[in-house]
Design a protein around this ligand. Structure first.
Ligand code: ADP
Length: 532
C-alpha cells in the first residue's frame, strides 16, 4: 500500500509547493487547510507522516498535534512542523514534547525537507514490515495452536474409538470364553476336549490382544493412573513365576528367578503394572526361546535414600534381536522380524505398553541383545521402601469352607446380553447357586423389591436403566426402609480400569468384577462378601 502523507497549511499554494518538492516520492498526499480539517482526515486515513504548518488561524499546528496525541490512532504519528519563527525556543520545545517530531524552517529548502521525509518514510516502512511480521507470527501461532488441538483431538478420538471397539469385542468374547470353560467341565470325549482347548487358547489370545489395544489406547488418551500401594516384592515375583512356569515347561526350557539380597522386599508402587511389564517381557522371552531358558532377576540399581531404583531383568537364550532392529522394538505395532509374527503371533504392542508403563513408574526400559545368542530386556522403577506391616496380609485358605455358605446366597444377575446371561447363570451354577436374571436396571430394581437379594451382579451398561442408576435406586430404597439389609452390589463390566472401578464405587456399588469373570473370581468375591 502506498504510504500517505498529511499536509496541513492554511494556504493552498503552500500545499501545492510542498507536493511539488516531494513529487519524486512514491506517496499519496492528503491536504488539509486547517487544524480541524487535519484532525478530520486522520479519522479516514492511516498516515505515515504529517507535515504541519505551525502558524494557522483558529487552531495552530501545536494544538493540532497535541489533540492528535490524545487519540490512539494518531498517538505516534510522526510530524514535521514547518515554521517561519523557528528561532523561538519555546515553540520548538512545545512541539517536541508531543511526540516523534522534527522541525523545518521557512522558506523551505527542498533538499532538507526531502531528506527528512525520506528518513520518516523509511522508518514507517520498517515499522509496517515489523507489524506485518508480527501479524504473520500471530497468525502462525493461531494456526499452530489449532493444528495442535486438532491433532490432540484426533489422538483422543482414535483412542476412544479403539477403547470402545475393544469393549464391544470383549462382550461377545466373554460369552465364547465363558461357555468354553463350562463345556470343558462337562463330559467330553478326548477329541472334543482337544478341540475345545484350541477354542479356549484362541479365545484367550484374542482377549489378550484386545486388552493390549485397550490398554495402549487408554494410556495414549491419558486415562491410566498409577496407584501407589505397599506390596511384597518377593510375592509378586512368585506370582509371575507361577503364572508362566507352565509355558516354559511346555517348551522344555527353564524359568528361574533371582532376587539380590540387598533389594528391599516391601515397596510402595503399582505392583499390578510392574507385573504387567514383567509378564510381557517374560512372555516374550519364553516365546522367542527354544533352547536353554529364561531368568528373571531383580537388583537394587540405586539407593537414593527414600527412593530406591529397582532394576528388573529378563534374560533369555533365544533368537536375539539384530542390532539394527533393537531401536524399533519399543515402537507400537513394530516387530523385529515380520516372519516371527507368522510363527509366534503378537501385535507388537507389548513392548510399547511396557515402555510407557515403566516411564509412568518413574523408570526406563532397555535391552541388550545379540542375534542368535539371546536378549536381556530390563526396566527400572522408582519406589519407596516400606515396612512389612503396611502390606496387607495375604489371602487365607478358608475360601473353600465358605462353599457351603455360598450355596445359600440369593443372587440376582442383571445383564442385558442373552449370551452373558447364560454364561453367568451357568458359572453361578457350578458354585451351586441358583440365580435370578434381570435384563435391565428397571427389572433389577423390581426384582430386588420383591426378593431381597444378598448379592446383585450388576452389568453397568444396560438399556432403559443402567447399572449405576439401578444401584442408586436400590440403595436409596434400602436406606429408607429400615430393616432391609441392602444387597452387596457388584459392578460387572468389561472396562477393567481403575477409573471405571472408581466411578462404580462412587455410585454406591460395593464390589467390582471385570468381565469376562471366571469361576474362581466369583468364588473369591463371594468369600469376601461372606466375610464382610
Ligand atoms: P509382540 O506382541 O509382537 O511380541 P512386543 O512389543 O512385545 O510385541 O515385541 C515386539 C517385537 O520385539 C517382537 O515381535 C519381536 O520381534 C521382538 N522381541 C521382543 N522380545 C524379544 C525377545 N525376548 N527375543 C527376541 N525378540 C524379541
Amino acid at each position: 500500500m502506498t504510504p500517505k502523507i498529511l499536509i496541513v497549511d492554511d494556504r493552498i499554494e503552500n500545499l501545492i509547493s510542498l507536493e511539488k518538492v516531494l513529487q519524486d516520492f512514491d506517496v499519496e498526499f492528503v491536504r488539509a487547510l486547517s487544524g480541524n480539517e487535519a484532525l478530520k482526515q486522520t479519522l479516514h486515513h492511516q498516515f505515515a507522516l504529517a507535515i504541519i504548518d505551525v502558524q494557522m488561524p483558529d487552531m495552530d499546528g501545536y494544538e493540532t498535534v497535541q489533540l492528535m496525541r490524545s487519540v490512539e490512532r494518531t498517538k505516534y504519528l510522526p510530524v514535521i512542523f514547518v515554521s517561519a519563527i523557528y528561532s523561538d525556543e519555546f515553540y520548538i520545545v512545545k512541539g517536541i514534547e508531543s511526540g516523534a517530531v522534527d522541525f523545518i524552517s521557512k522558506p523551505i529548502k527542498p533538499e532538507i525537507l526531502q531528506g527528512k521525509v525520506k528518513v520518516f518514510l523509511d522508518l514507517y516502512r520498517q515499522s509496517e514490515q515489523l507489524k506485518q511480521l508480527l501479524e504473520e507470527k500471530e497468525k502462525m501461532n493461531r494456526e499452530l495452536k489449532a493444528a495442535k488441538e486438532k491433532a490432540e483431538y484426533a489422538t483422543y478420538t482414535k483412542s476412544m474409538f479403539l477403547a470402545n471397539m475393544s469393549h464391544e469385542i470383549r462382550t461377545p468374547l466373554n460369552g465364547i470364553i465363558g461357555m468354553t470353560e463350562i463345556l470343558q467341565n462337562s463330559n467330553l470325549t478326548e477329541e472334543q476336549k482337544k478341540n475345545l482347548e484350541i477354542i479356549k487358547i484362541s479365545g484367550d489370545n484374542l482377549l489378550s490382544i484386545i486388552n493390549d489395544i485397550l490398554d495402549f489406547s487408554k494410556i495414549e488418551a491419558g486415562q491410566i493412573e498409577i496407584e501407589k500401594i505397599p506390596f511384597d516384592l518377593n510375592k509378586q515375583i512368585d506370582t509371575v513365576y507361577n503364572l508362566l512356569k507352565f509355558k516354559a515347561e511346555d517348551k522344555h526350557i527353564y524359568l528361574k528367578t533371582e532376587i539380590d539380597e540387598n533389594v528391599p522386599r516391601y515397596l510402595v508402587s503399582d505392583s499390578l503394572r510392574i507385573n504387567q511389564i514383567l509378564i510381557n517381557l517374560t512372555n516374550n522371552a519364553i516365546k522367542f526361546t527354544e533352547k536353554g531358558g529364561v531368568t528373571i532377576r531383580v537388583k537394587l540399581s540405586e539407593d537414593k535414600g527414600e527412593d530406591k531404583i529397582i532394576k528388573f531383568e529378563v534374560e533369555d537364550t533365544g533368537i536375539g534381536i539384530p542390532e539394527e532392529k533393537q531401536g524399533a522394538v519399543f515402537q507400537e505395532f513394530t516387530q523385529a522380524d515380520i516372519s516371527t509374527t507368522r510363527k509366534y503371533g503378537g501385535t507388537g504392542l507389548g513392548l510399547a505398553i511396557s515402555k510407557k508403563l515403566a516411564g509412568m513408574l518413574g523408570g526406563t526400559i532397555g535391552l541388550e541383545s545379540e542375534a542368535g545368542k539371546g536378549s536381556l530386556f530390563w526396566f527400572t522403577i522408582s519406589a519407596a521402601e516400606t515396612s512389612p506391616d503396611s502390606v496387607a496380609s495375604g489371602e487365607s485358605n478358608e475360601d473353600n469352607d465358605n462353599l457351603v455358605e455360598m450355596r445359600n446366597l440369593k443372587v440376582l444377575l442383571a445383564e442385558d446380553n442373552a449370551i452373558n446371561q447364560k454364561v453367568g447363570t451357568m458359572v453361578l451354577k457350578t458354585l451351586g447357586i441358583d440365580s435370578d436374571v434381570a435384563t435391565n436396571g428397571r427389572q433389577a430394581v423390581k426384582l430386588q423389591m420383591r426378593n431381597h437379594y444378598d448379592v446383585i451382579l450388576m452389568d453397568v451398561h444396560m438399556p432403559e436403566m443402567d447399572g449405576l442408576e439401578a444401584t442408586k435406586v436400590i440403595k436409596k430404597h434400602c436406606s429408607e426402609q429400615n430393616g432391609i439389609k441392602p444387597p452387596a452390589i457388584v459392578a460387572v463390566t468389561a472396562n477393567a480400569f481403575k477409573e471405571d472401578r472408581d466411578r462404580c464405587l462412587a455410585t454406591g456399588m460395593d464390589y467390582y468384577l471385570s468381565k469376562p469373570f471366571k469361576t474362581n473370581d466369583l468364588k473369591k468375591l463371594f468369600a469376601t462378601i461372606l466375610k464382610a
